[in-house]
Design a protein around this ligand. Structure first.
Ligand SMILES: *Cc1c(COP(=O)(O)O)cnc(C)c1O
Length: 349
């Protein structure tokens, strides 16, 4: 396929890579070298690279959106720069300076932003990656690292029409445990979650609900997304999300929605909630909606929950009004249709 070939209409999310890549290298002797923009291409690696053997790899995900005047703007890249640093520090890796990270965001978005076209439902998903590129099989942190920033064109994660997802509660496998790496974006967290994701799909579900690893049944998050619960209805509804206990990922979307929901007049808060409580409160009509959120999926309603062979429906099973309200508020902000009092949208120059 040539670069001019039209994009496949039903391409899988994450497969439409753009044309460029930013790369920089860190060595123990010299620290960070310059970040360079080049064509996206395969690269040579030593088979003994530490990142490949011991999983010393972290990543990020953020999006640039087309704005009404035709420019592009990136949503809260400073938050991703900080989280990338926290992830790196947790795996004993050097931090990418925020300025280098934000410059790479600008460089790749400026180089490949045109591929988004002027369809506001498309966005440029940026994927920063940091891996241990030293060849050495000693069990120790590497002395050489490679930072890359690549991009792909993203549509709506679950399609443009937001169908509620059916989710599957993982009772016998855990994603994260106290003192582990659940609160950072390290590659190994995802490899460990793939088997449960496959089981969820075999049960006719799209995503895995992760519980705390200690058996208390506390709901933590959903696949690569954070969860929210809506109690009550209308303007007096309460919008809550599991608290950051150290075993769930502090999502930028989660943080943004807590702010947006409060601005829209909802009561907001953080909570602890078990699966049994979730089910009982749905049955009692207390919890009226549940949704998941993340950079890729934005805001996605949860319709049904499958747990240990039985299933329940949240509300009517259709997308709820509070979910729809928050989703459109966030999309309006991303796509420049509303005011941005916190300066979350950073223009691509
Ligand atoms: C990335 C991620 C999220 C969502 O974070 P955002 O910053 O909102 O994209 C939630 N959970 C996990 C496990 C993640 O990796």
């Amino acid at each position: 396929m040539t670069a001019e070939a039209p994009a496949p209409v039903h391409a899988e999310h994450g497969s439409l890579f753009t044309d460029h890549l930013v790369t920089a290298r860190w060595t123990q002797e010299e620290g960070w070298g310059p970040a360079r923009l080049g064509p996206l291409a395969d690269f040579a690696m030593h088979p003994g690279m530490i990142g490949l053997h011991y999983g010393q790899v972290v990543f990020e995900g953020l999006k640039a959106h087309r704005q009404p005047g035709g420019s592009l703007a990136v949503f809260r890249p400073d938050r991703n720069a900080l989280r990338f640093q926290r992830s790196a520090a947790r795996l004993a890796m050097p931090e990418v300076p925020a300025e280098m990270f934000l410059d790479a965001v600008q460089t790749i978005a400026a180089a490949d932003g045109h591929l988004v076209g002027d369809d506001p439902s498309l966005s440029l998903y940026l994927r920063p990656l940091l891996f241990a590129s030293e060849a050495n099989l000693m069990l120790r942190p590497a002395r050489e690292y490679t930072f890359m920033m690549m991009a792909f064109v993203a549509g709506g994660f679950f399609g443009e029409v937001v169908e509620p997802v059916r989710v599957w509660v993982s009772r016998d496998q855990a994603r994260a445990f106290p003192g582990g790496t659940g609160n950072v974006k390290c590659a190994a967290n995802y490899a460990g979650a793939f088997l449960a994701q496959r089981r969820a799909e075999e049960a006719g579900c799209q995503q895995v609900v992760w519980l705390d690893a200690l058996g208390s049944g506390r709901v933590e998050e959903l696949g690569g997304m954070n969860l929210f619960f809506v109690r009550g209805e209308g303007p007096g509804a309460e919008v809550v999300t599991p608290e950051l206990t150290g075993t769930l990922l502090p999502g930028v979307t989660r943080d943004s929605l807590l702010t947006l929901a409060a601005r829209l007049g909802y009561r907001t808060g953080v909570t602890t909630i078990t699966v049994d409580q979730w089910r009982a409160e749905c049955a009692a009509g207390v919890i009226t909606e549940t949704f998941a959120c993340g950079t890729a999926a934005v805001v996605t309603p949860v319709g049904q929950v499958h747990d240990s062979g039985s299933e329940w429906t949240i509300g009517t099973g259709a997308p709820g009004p509070v979910t729809a309200h928050l989703r459109s508020a966030l999309l309006d902000l991303h796509q420049g249709r509303t005011s941005d009092p916190d300066g979350w949208m950073v223009p691509v120059l």
